[in-house]
Write a protein that binds this ligand. Sequence first.
Ligand SMILES: [Zn+2]
Length: 322
Amino acid sequence: MSYDSGSSPTSDAPVDQAPVPSASAGPAPGRGPAAPTRHALTVDLEDWHQLSYSHVTRGSCETTANVVTDTHHILDLLAELDLRATFFVVGLVATAFPDLVREVAAAGHEIGGHTCDHQTLYSMTPAELKADLERSRRQLQDLTGQPVISFRAPAFSVGSMANESFFETLAEAGFECDSSVFPVAGLRYGIPDAPRYPFVVQTASGPIHEFPLATWDLGRYRLPVAGGTCFRFLPSIFLEHVVGDLDAGGHTATFYFHPYEFHHGLLHLSGLTWHDRLQTMYVKRLVMHNLFTGSVGERWGSLLAGHRFLPIGDLHRDEPIT
Ligand SMILES: [Zn+2]
């Protein structure tokens, strides 16, 4: 396996070929005004209540209708801004609410895979991963009648760029694009030596076009700015500066959010024992996932309105990384 990076002036990752023009390349000199930089907009379509219940209790529960209501808030915002995104759909949601997946696809959004039941890659053997990828891809294609070519690993659980088996299995299962690499240090899922901008991973089963999650270098620190808790805690003015600077450099970056961040009211689980309620993991989840969540729609709204965002499949099709 090898990987080829597009122009990535701040990346210290090894590349085995000279940089070539790519979706992440800056504007070419002497070609007149550059087109606005295009970023990837993604949503992990999963049910917070269902996944949190299984994290806290180690048991399972049905997919709740919260995911439908919360996804509708996202669809409304994107429709208002005339934007499309890639929705990485967990198989559990597609099974429980097939009409929701059809509705997302019918609105013009790309449907991508996010495994059958949100197990991390660490917990699956290569054979189990292959079966899971093929099954979830088939389910989503059958539901929407559209090819599914993009994937995101639950919890960005690739582990390292040396995880050849993951990229090769992804290509074997028919995927062309991935957005699971978070090039940042210090986080459980971070891969600090990965390129920061779109690149190609060459495998024996074909190439995978990787769209790494957005990061930002502040002095000697690299911040994960793509979404999630860090995004919610960073000041809006800072995020605006980050995206503006990525635009100016012509660097395609990938951003993400979840339906739960558009939930109205307090996120919490019902039906827990007192023992479960007092677990550190649950308390931490309640605090991290409720803080500033109410303002996420507004923050995203202003960022999305001021910059250019597209689904990963569109970026890949219109200007493939070479
Ligand atoms: Zn997820």
